[in-house]
Write a protein that binds this ligand. Structure first.
Ligand code: CU
Length: 331
């Protein structure tokens, strides 16, 4: 696929036009659905999370369908968009069991918490760890070292093998962490990016790496605009007056600056370290492999974009507006 298309000049008018049409109607209907089905914190929380690493693909607004790897949720967890999601209480024991249905070895990990075993194609293995401090943690796969079984695939792309693991406070309170901010509603947004040429070869252990990484597709929760408009996990639906916790992770290779129209939010924690210098922000930086938890106090109704500030991230191979674009829809 052509990676060198000139970027279509995006304009605010183009986006407003799209929202005024079908996408806006879809977003409103999705928000209604999201608000009608409150998602209480599940209890009791699972102690085993079972996943299957599979080949999948994502459709983008320019008509392309790009292959990705993905951890498919089997049991003990849920999904957010197309990506796996699980919750457990801080300090408890959690077992992560992964079947590797890919043609390449993988090594699952919860970043900053525990690394699992190397899992060969066709094998299943598991690892057990203690749930870390209350907050937002990222499931991924760690790069393989050039030795033993993994030699052929060391350093190769593994685009899409991620998810979110939420650690709930021991008190059982609806707060980000004990002593931390309370919230009425919460969402999880996991960003990533892909170079379609890299993704096209990642499932073939014998394929040659196609050159430098030049991302041209961007997702949030494993989907892209306009699919984000019909996903009740990814539309940020809320009622005026609510405090909304947005748990955000970035598993792409690109550093993001996430920007919200219509509101200012408080950054509550970065990489699960409480933020002490609170101040209203409309943009927050999010390097690759990092998390940030923000609290949005919804003080007006309306429909407002929330998106990475780098314009390329709201495109699909240069066409706008697609990519990692979602909306706040407040009523
Ligand atoms: Cu904007």
């Amino acid at each position: 696929m052509n990676n060198s298309n000139p970027l279509t000049t995006p304009s605010r008018r183009t986006l407003l036009g799209v929202l005024a049409g079908g996408a806006g109607l879809t977003a409103t209907a999705t928000a209604k659905r999201a608000l009608a089905v409150p998602r209480p914190i599940t209890k009791p929380l699972p102690t085993t999370w079972t996943l299957d690493a599979v080949n999948t693909s994502t459709s983008f607004g320019d008509g392309a369908s790009i292959p990705f790897f993905e951890y498919m949720a089997v049991s003990g967890g849920q999904t957010r968009g197309s990506l796996p999601y699980a919750e457990a209480t801080e300090g408890t024991s959690m077992t992560l069991a992964v079947t590797n249905s890919l043609a390449v070895p993988i090594r699952p990990a919860v970043l900053g918490v525990a690394r699992g075993p190397l899992i060969a194609p066709g094998q299943t293995d598991s690892f057990t760890f203690t749930m870390p401090a209350a907050g937002t943690w990222l499931l991924a796969t760690v790069p393989l070292r050039a030795q033993g079984h993994a030699a052929a695939t060391a350093g190769r792309p593994m685009s899409g093998l991620w998810g979110t693991l939420v650690s709930r406070p021991a008190s059982g309170q609806q707060v980000l962490y004990d002593g931390g901010p309370a919230f009425d509603r919460e969402y999880t947004l996991l960003y990533d990016d892909a170079d379609d040429r890299w993704n096209a070869m990642q499932a073939d252990p014998r394929a040659q790496l196609p050159g430098p990484y030049e991302p041209n597709y961007y997702r949030v929760n494993g989907i892209a605009f306009p699919a984000t408009m019909s996903d009740s996990d990814t539309i940020l639906a809320a009622m005026v007056g609510e405090r909304v916790l947005i748990r955000i992770g970035n598993m792409g290779k690109v550093r993001q600056s996430l920007h919200m129209h219509g509101y200012h939010f408080d950054v509550a924690a970065q990489n699960n370290v409480p933020e002490v210098h609170l101040g209203e922000k409309d943009t927050v930086g999010l390097p690759s492999g990092n998390t940030v938890d923000v609290i949005l106090t919804v003080n007006q109704p309306g429909m407002f974009p929330f998106h990475p500030h780098d314009v390329q991230c709201v495109t699909a191979n240069g066409s706008y507006p697609f990519g990692a674009l979602t909306l706040v829809v407040a009523s």
